[in-house]
Design a binder for this molecule. Structure first.
Ligand code: ADE
Length: 257
């Protein structure tokens, strides 16, 4: 199988060193699941000073990334890999989520453009960018951290990336639910015990408990996810059970005023 390739265009290549050298990303590279290339945009800038930014036409604060070095860096990559998908990381892009991560796993090659300053020259966006992605509604100092987020989320979904029989199927968002609660040793910590069922060895009961835990957490922390989801029979039964229990609590408490 050919590795999925990420080409990262940046003026700060060193930012990626630590990221690419550790953990699951490193292992995915060692196993040939992904391949990464860092392209220094500055290498495509002209002149002795290899300038990559300039003042904005029309005035205003900050600097804008010049089009020529970016065009040179993008074209060099895309000419070599014509099927590559070119993504510009920008707060103006569509917000990245787990569905998008899953969709991107089906791409052979992603070219990531990491902008800095006030952004990149609009003519690059018009002609050389296939897609814009944002990692959330806030502004970072550059696209590098956003590119790492996308690479991380996509890589861990590739078959074999997580190692052993671990799969991403049980992750939060895998099916529009947050993940269930997790516990490890010790059995009691600061007076709080691990739920008995997890020590019972009864896998049906453990699965049921985990489904309920995932549902409760999603209901309390991200109820918006539940409304997007088709419920299984077991989940519908759980909601009905809570509904009845809540009804009973309200009835038994009476009213205060
Ligand atoms: N660059 C600056 N802010 C960003 C964001 N929120 N997402 C992606 N790229 C960015």
């Amino acid at each position: 199988m050919t590795p999925m390739k990420f080409s990262i265009l940046t003026i700060f290549p060193d930012m990626f060193t630590g990221f690419l050298e550790h953990g699951i990303i490193r292992r995915a590279m060692d196993r040939g699941l992904i391949d990464t290339g860092i392209i220094n945009i500055r290498d495509h800038a002209a002149g002795r000073h290899r300038v990559t930014d300039d003042r904005p036409y029309g005035g205003g604060n900050g600097m804008v990334m010049k089009p020529e070095p970016l065009a040179g860096a993008i074209r060099e990559t895309v000419n070599r890999y014509p099927d590559a998908l070119t993504i510009h990381l920008t707060p103006q892009g569509r917000v990245f989520d787990q569905d998008t991560a899953r969709e991107l796993t089906r791409t052979d090659h992603i070219v990531m453009i990491c902008g800095r300053y006030e952004g990149i020259d609009e003519r690059i966006c018009e002609t050389l960018v296939d897609r814009e992605l944002s990692i959330g509604d806030y502004v970072l100092t550059g696209g590098e951290v956003a590119a790492m987020v996308v690479i991380d989320a996509v890589t861990r979904l590739l078959p074999g990336a997580l190692g052993g029989d671990h799969s991403a199927d049980t992750d939060s968002f895998a099916d529009q639910l947050l993940a269930h609660a997790q516990y490890t040793r010790p059995r009691e910590f600061e007076g709080k015990a691990v739920p008995d069922v997890l020590l019972s060895g009864n896998h049906r009961e453990i699965d049921r408990w985990r489904t309920e835990s995932a549902m409760i957490r999603t209901f309390l922390k991200r109820p918006d996810l539940l409304t997007k989801r088709l419920l299984t029979d077991e989940e519908t039964q759980l909601l009905k059970k809570w509904h009845m229990e809540i009804g009973r609590i309200i009835k038994n408490r009476g009213t205060n005023g």
